[in-house]
Ligand binder design. Structure first.
Ligand code: DHB
Ligand code: MG
Length: 226
């Protein structure tokens, strides 16, 4: 099968699985539509991936969640579906347009108390969070600037504890993670991130390659065991 047909088939299968597995809450569909209307890039997680994140949060009984890369708030709203009433999500976004759309989406969905968006460079927000000495995060969804993943990881390790879970999005990038040489900073960042995870005895990692409406990519699941 050629590449184009494969891509069509991935979409068809994803649409089928989505139709069988997902009943997207209206407020999440509204956030998706508002993001499209504001011309945000179409790089949010898929509905199946959103529900997958929510399931991981439910399974791990996570309460304090950190997201790097809010975009329009689509993934945060999915994750919020598994939040207990005393849980919270802190989500970091550096793009002012995205931040505005996401804040409106959280308010419209009734989650503006439980989801806090921090606008600014993720690195600055991470440093500020460390200064505030809040509870460690038990679940982190890393989905921001790929070139900065290794640096983000260093700060995430200061904001989590033994038992915390980190999910990193986009670690395959159409297979580029093993294919291209050096000049794409994003691929460089992903490779350096994977090496840092692998070199750290406190981290246990697995990874799943994914295909579907988001093309060919992958998640890394990292568990802090120390
Ligand atoms: C891009 C970023 C993402 O987080 C994603 O899931 C897909 C694509 C991008 O920057 O191209
Ligand atoms: Mg992503």
């Amino acid at each position: 099968m050629n590449e184009e047909n494969k891509d069509l088939l991935w979409h068809e299968v994803d649409n089928y699985l989505e139709s069988q597995c997902i009943q997207e809450p209206d407020c999440i569909t509204a956030a998706y539509k508002a993001s499209g209307a504001a011309n945000l890039p179409e790089i949010a997680v898929s509905p199946l991936q959103g529900q997958f994140l929510a399931q991981l949060i439910a399974i791990s009984a996570s309460k304090n969640i950190l997201e790097l890369g809010t975009l329009g708030g689509y993934s945060a709203l999915w994750m919020a579906q598994s939040l207990p009433s005393d849980g919270q999500i802190v989500t970091l976004e550096h793009n002012p347009v995205c931040a505005g759309v996401a804040r409106a989406n959280f308010a419209h969905a009734g989650y503006d108390q439980q989801i806090t968006l921090r606008y600014g460079e993720a690195m600055d927000s991470l440093k500020a969070l460390i200064g505030e000495k809040g509870e460690p995060f038990d679940f982190v969804f890393l989905d921001a600037n790929k070139a900065e993943y290794p640096e983000y990881l260093r700060w995430i390790l200061k904001l989590t504890k033994k038992g915390s879970i980190i999910i990193a999005d986009n670690i395959v990038r159409d297979g580029d993670v093993v294919q291209k040489d050096g000049d794409d900073h994003r691929i460089h960042g992903i490779r350096e991130f994977i090496k840092a995870v692998s070199d750290n005895p406190k981290l246990q990692a697995s990874a799943l390659q994914t295909v579907g409406t988001k093309g060919y990519d992958g998640f890394m699941l990292i568990r802090r065991i120390g």
